[in-house]
Ligand binder design. Structure first.
Ligand code: GDP
Ligand code: MG
Length: 300
């Protein structure tokens, strides 16, 4: 019997904010690599997830949602999207029912140029509709001829995700194992910890406040009792936001800390001691030095 060819490649997930791109990455990976919230623009970086199958390695790139950048932070977020389109083997263009059901191909076509990359239309959140309402959405799209495959699925429930993986593998070329099997992502622990804290801050604040917050892990120490001690700062733009994030009698910062501590403990499988500070850094979203410390603007 012939040995099957080993296939590999990069698969970029793109789409409007909030359609479920990060949820899909997490479902595929069976672990939480990318933070998720009901608010748009939760994802600020390119997040890589390596999925190992018996005869294939699929390297997924989750990206920030496509939007018009108004700050330097947002320009870096969009740069991450554009860079993730530089040389993928497959693109998953995601939309969501009840949201932005139809793909808008302008951005994608501008950035793929004449390159012949298979693009899948992934229609997410089909769990929100009765099954007979899903196919008419696809049928009504004039652009579906552009797509190599069209896959309705529920990233949240996992429906049709195995079929998506099977289809992706069929479009991958024979290739090497790019990453060792025990390396699910290229992000380090510090990054993932900062993101888990930011996720709670995002979930527990409203209006402009979640968008004013960045998180920096200042120190990370293992303790002799097997736990870890983490000091992290929540950076905000204004004094008034600092007051909001701290909350009355410190209640909000305490809630963020408690929930983040659970999430980090779950990831690291050990007890976590977390100290959070709130710092004001005016106009941080426009300041190159601060953005660089937060991991933006690095060429990947
Ligand atoms: P992203 O901005 O595209 O990365 O979207 P997220 O993954 O952060 O998800 C945005 C919101 O949509 C979150 O509240 C998710 O829980 C929700 N969501 C994601 N996938 C699904 C799905 O398959 N079904 C439903 N009902 N909600 C989903
Ligand atoms: Mg996301």
């Amino acid at each position: 019997m012939d040995t099957p060819v080993f296939r590999s490649g990069f698969i970029t997930i793109i789409g409007a904010p909030n359609v479920g791109k990060s949820t899909l990455l997490n479902t595929i990976m069976h672990t939480k690599l990318a933070i998720v919230s009901p608010k748009p623009q939760t994802t600020r970086h390119r997040i890589l997830g390596v999925k190992n199958l018996p005869h294939a390695q699929l390297v997924f790139l989750d990206t920030p949602g496509i939007h018009q950048p108004r700050t330097q932070l947002n320009r870096y977020m969009m740069q991450a999207v554009v860079e993730a389109l530089a040389s993928p083997e497959v693109v998953l263009y995601m939309t969501a029912v009840g949201q932005t059901p139809y793909p808008d191909l302008g951005f994608l076509q501008r950035h793929l140029g004449r390159r012949d990359v298979p693009v899948f239309w992934v229609l997410n959140k089909i769990d929100l509709l009765p099954p007979h309402e899903v196919l008419p959405i696809i049928a009504a799209c004039d652009e579906k001829g552009f797509f190599a495959e069209v896959l309705p699925l529920s990233a949240h429930r996992g429906d049709n995700v195995p079929a998506l993986l099977d289809s992706v593998v069929r479009y991958l070329p024979a290739g090497p194992q790019y990453f060792p099997e025990d390396m699910p992502t290229d992000r380090d622990e510090r990054f993932l910890i900062a993101e888990l804290i930011r996720e709670q801050a995002f979930l527990l604040t409203n209006e402009e406040v979640p968008y004013a917050i960045a998180v920096e892990v200042e120190s990370l120490h293992e303790r002799s009792d097997g736990g870890v001690e983490i000091d992290a700062s929540l950076i905000v733009e204004k004094e008034s936001q600092k007051g909001i994030v701290i909350g009355r009698q410190g209640r909000l910062i305490k809630a963020i800390g408690t929930q983040a501590r659970h999430a980090i403990g779950h990831m690291l499988h050990c007890p976590v001691h977390l100290r959070l500070l709130v710092r004001v850094k005016k106009r941080w979203k426009e300041r190159e030095a601060i953005l660089r410390d937060l991991g933006f603007g690095e060429l990947s």
